[in-house]
Each structure stands twice: as structure tokens, then as C-alpha cells.
Design a protein around this ligand. Structure first.
Ligand code: G6P
Length: 362
């Protein structure tokens, strides 16, 4: 029961939950590992993934952002087409479904009404559904054919942190399991690589002073903030912006570096904070080009880069992890920066105004 969960020495649940992420990832590794160090997964889920000719991921909020990363993982690793949709929009703009669709619902709470609306509709059409959730007995879990547990432990803060990274870890494991079952050659071992991720997360949660300083320097007075990234980093920027909006009420937008010139650059003024994220070699030059464009218009740049791609004046360098798993690590500084920005602005970090932990109405 949520009321039994204690903050311990932490001032807020959010900070505690950010710090728990390395342990959650290690927990997921142990839950999804068999005695031969292989992936342990329900045989029916494996077969259902194999049988599907297209996967439709349905989710809301932060879980939707995990779903965007999930699409990349399943397509690149398991070579299966995936679409990721916002739950509340899906039924209005229902795509033409493939012959053997599989629906994957991602939901921390398992109670989001918009996601459930889609589940009910696709079950009526006779389709299979798998729910990835932190609450196995939840509505979405009970009503789907299968459930994968994210094992993040109760998440109390309204702004989701550990559930998001846990969802992506489970999606990576699922993607590799499917690839292996399909007989694809696989040199990416998610269980080993996730262990490296857990260590990298710890390195970052040990640098809270640095994140607090970034929040102070860039966000203590600003009205807005932009996050830019390309490829998978773009999805993390969407999540970084959502975190900042949710708890600090700073107007924040995450966008693809290439879209800057199509509108957003008009908003850049003297001192506008722009947080750039880069973890992928192939977009390093382009995103740095975008940062130069905004700096030339007066923006205050804060570049977060991965080891190996870093340049001299980057604000923060994150440890190197496998290219598929970088979102799990690059999001940690964004979570912490949002936390401290909210704290400095005296916002109610764990219970932001107007928001609910799970939205059980349409
Ligand atoms: C609410 C919460 C968000 C969450 C979203 C989806 O808006 O405030 O943190 O991401 O619902 O919730 P779910 O439980 O389905 O992941």
C-alpha cells in the first residue's frame, strides 16, 4: 500500500525514486535471467511476439515516451515493424491494422483510462494484448492476455522516473528475446549491457551537485527551456521536457534538432536555456550544429553528451553504455535537473498542481 512506503532520509519520493534506478535495473536483470544466464520469459509471450507481423504500442505520458524508444529497440533488434501511439488518440485515428497485430500496452499504474479504452476496443476486434506494467494485478494487466512486470517497486511521486527506465529495460529484453526466438544473430546481450547501465546510472546519481548547479545556472529564473536531440536522443528530450513541465511549471519543449529551423528557433532569445542531448555518434555533428545555431541567437547552451562524443565545454558527460540503451542513462541527469529546478522554485515536487499519478478518467 502506497501509504506504507516511506521516504526514509529523502526529502522527496522523486529523489528517492531517481536514486533507486540502478537497483531497479539490477532487479530486472535478475528477474529476467534464467540459470544459464539466458533471458527468462514466458513461452506464450515469446510465441506471440514471434507470430505478430506488426506491433502496436499504446501508452500515455511518460510511458508513451518509453514506447517511442521501444519501437526503435524492437525494430532494430528484432526486425519487426512497430508503431507507437498515444492512447487517447488511437481510436480516432486508428491505423489500418496488419493481419496479425499484437498490441503492447505500457503503463506504470495499469489503470490509465485512455489505454484501457484502446484495450477494450482491440480485444473486441479479437486481437492479442500484452501489458507491460509496474502493477501486475492492475486493470490493464488483468484484461490483457499477457503481462510483463517492470519490477520497479511502488512509484509514489507523480512524475514518473524509475518506472520509465524500467519499462525501457524490459522492452530491450523483450526485443532481444524475440530476435533470438526468430533465429536472428545477436551480439547484444541486454542482461550484461543493463548491468553496465546500472553502474552508469549510479555514477550520475552520485553527481547531484552538478545537476543542482545546472538547474541553478540555467533554470532558476527562466520562463522556458528547450531540449534538442536527434534520433533516439530526441525521445529522451521529449521526456526531459515533460519532467521539467510537470514539476517546475517551466514551459519546456523537446524537439528534433532538424525541426529547429522550422519554427522553434523563432523563440530563442538572449539567455533562453537550450539543453542538448547527444549519445549517438552519427548525429553528433548535426546536433552540435544546431546548438551553434541557437547560441548565435543568444541561447544559453547546456550540452549533455556521452563519453567518446564529448567536447571541451559540454556541461555534463555521461558514462558510455551500449547505443541501444542510452536513453536509460541520459534521462537521469534530465530527471535530476528537473527535480532541482522545481526545488529552487519552491514547487511541490511530489505532488505537482493539477496532475494525478494515474488518470482513470477519459
Ligand atoms: C499520468 C502521470 C504520468 C504518467 C501517465 C501515464 O499523467 O502523471 O506520470 O506517465 O499518467 O500513466 P501510466 O500509469 O499509464 O504509465
Amino acid at each position: 500500500d502506497a501509504s506504507d512506503i516511506e521516504k526514509g532520509t529523502y526529502p522527496h519520493f522523486m529523489l528517492k525514486e531517481i536514486d533507486e534506478q540502478p537497483f531497479v535495473i539490477r532487479n530486472i536483470i535478475s528477474k529476467y535471467k534464467d540459470e544459464n544466464e539466458d533471458i527468462k520469459l514466458d513461452e506464450d509471450i515469446r510465441q506471440t511476439m514471434l507470430d505478430a507481423d506488426r506491433i502496436y504500442i499504446i501508452a500515455a505520458g511518460t510511458s508513451y515516451h518509453a514506447g517511442l524508444v521501444g519501437k526503435q529497440l524492437i525494430e532494430r533488434i528484432a526486425n519487426k515493424p512497430v508503431e507507437t501511439h498515444i492512447a487517447s488518440e488511437f481510436l480516432y485515428n486508428m491505423p489500418l491494422l496488419s493481419e496479425k497485430p499484437l498490441f503492447i500496452f505500457i503503463s506504470q499504474s495499469g489503470e490509465t483510462a485512455d489505454s484501457r479504452g484502446v484495450l477494450v476496443a482491440v480485444k473486441e476486434l479479437g486481437h492479442k494484448a500484452l501489458t507491460i506494467t509496474n502493477v501486475p494485478g492492475s486493470t490493464l494487466s488483468r484484461e490483457a492476455d499477457y503481462t510483463l512486470h517492470t519490477y520497479a517497486g511502488p512509484e509514489i511521486a507523480v512524475a514518473s522516473t524509475k518506472a520509465y527506465t524500467a519499462q525501457m529495460a524490459v522492452l530491450a529484453i523483450l526485443a532481444v528475446d524475440t530476435a533470438k526466438a526468430a533465429g536472428l544473430k545477436m551480439d547484444f546481450n541486454p542482461l550484461q549491457e543493463l548491468a553496465i547501465v546500472a553502474n552508469a546510472m549510479e555514477t550520475l546519481t552520485d553527481k547531484k551537485d552538478k545537476m543542482e548547479k545546472i538547474a541553478r545556472d540555467y533554470l532558476s529564473v527562466s520562463r522556458n527551456c528547450f531540449f534538442i536531440g536527434r534520433a533516439i536522443d530526441y525521445y529522451v528530450c521529449l521526456e526531459g521536457a515533460l519532467k521539467l513541465k510537470e514539476i517546475s511549471y517551466i514551459q519546456a519543449e523537446g524537439f528534433a534538432g532538424g525541426e529547429l529551423k522550422h519554427g522553434t528557433i523563432a523563440l530563442i532569445e538572449e539567455g533562453t536555456p537550450v539543453i542538448g542531448v547527444v549519445t549517438q555518434h552519427h548525429v553528433n555533428l548535426s546536433i552540435r550544429g544546431n546548438m551553434k545555431e541557437v547560441v548565435a541567437r543568444g541561447a544559453s547552451p547546456c550540452m549533455i553528451s556521452m563519453e567518446g562524443l564529448a567536447e571541451g565545454d559540454d556541461a555534463l558527460v555521461i558514462p558510455h553504455v551500449h547505443e541501444y540503451l542510452t536513453p536509460l542513462v541520459s534521462v537521469v541527469p534530465l530527471q535530476l535537473i528537473s527535480y532541482y529546478a522545481a526545488l529552487h522554485r519552491n514547487c511541490d515536487v511530489d505532488k505537482p498542481r493539477n496532475l494525478a499519478k494515474s488518470v482513470t478518467v477519459e
